[in-house]
Design a protein around this ligand. Sequence first.
Ligand code: COA
Length: 317
Amino acid sequence: MVPLVIRSAKPSDRASMIAITRTVWEGTDYVPSAWDDWIRDPNGFLMVACDDGEVVGLQHIEIQEDATAWIEGIRVAERARNRGVGEALLGYGLQWSRDMGCRVARLSTSSGNPSSNRLVAKAGMRVVGSWTPLAVRRPAARRQVESISPALAGEADAVYRHLVASSSISQTRLYTEGWTAHTLSVQRLRLLCALGCVLVVRHHGHIAGATIATCAKPFQYLRVGALTGDTATLSSLIQYVLGRAQDTALEEVRATLHLNGGAQQALEDVGFRQWHTDLMLVHETHLSGVSPASASSRAGRDVYSRTPACPTEPSPV
Ligand SMILES: CC(C)(COP(=O)(O)OP(=O)(O)OC[C@H]1O[C@@H](n2cnc3c(N)ncnc32)[C@H](O)[C@@H]1OP(=O)(O)O)[C@@H](O)C(=O)NCCC(=O)NCCS
């Protein structure tokens, strides 16, 4: 392992971040567009790894409202790879998360990224599920579907019971917002319902199907992160979402879903195709925490404040 200093990122680290990410995924890395939000994020920690004063790596951790540490944006400069920088960043991030009182840490990788999958397996994280990334561009007009409407915040309990009974969600109890997974909870659903991100199909007073569709800066597309119901219901829900994307001039709808046959067919029928050849894997490890009060000094931060998280923009659905 190389001797490294890991510290909080500063605005002046931006140029190093740009240099590190320039060649990642043929220049399409999302980290440059997320950097400014990350550096201001009161619920997270943006850190850089320095080798002899030079920034050679970075990583962001968001603490989700159920005390899950979501680790993202691990990047190491090409010239510094395979020297343990990634391992040091992840190890530090897991320790920081533990010190902050997080019970679980999660992150996502692409199934076709051997270096990141090796890195996280070495850190003791295990795969808890795989999600298929699909997308449709310029969605066609929706059919009018009378029985679909946004769920109210007061329906969060009923929506939760419906979603966790679905085979696509029951195993992991996670839903996605793009390549970020969140624990499905009544509390989280209340927030999503209040933002208009949950659509339900009602049948004889019961919820027969549901979807979670979010829209977040800086991405100008809708993200479908849960989809349940029978074949006809799935089809109606997804057409409704496509119609709303069209109404609000969003060019693209993406879905990152734990798929069963019915959902895949319903999505393909309206033009969704896998936009990424690989699957999104979510990895997890359980952390035995210490009290958050003692944590900030050990983690090398002067102040850590927690404010209610609201990473999701109000949804146009
Ligand atoms: C993934 C990444 C962060 C790894 O950083 P790194 O500093 O090179 O990783 P480390 O040196 O700590 O190596 C960790 C392990 O991964 C292994 N590894 C590295 N590259 C590998 C590859 N191409 N194939 C298989 N294993 C690989 C290393 O050999 C090491 O395992 P070992 O100790 O058993 O040999 C870095 O390659 C990177 O920035 N890639 C581009 C962006 C990216 O993919 N980020 C991750 C998104 S989740």
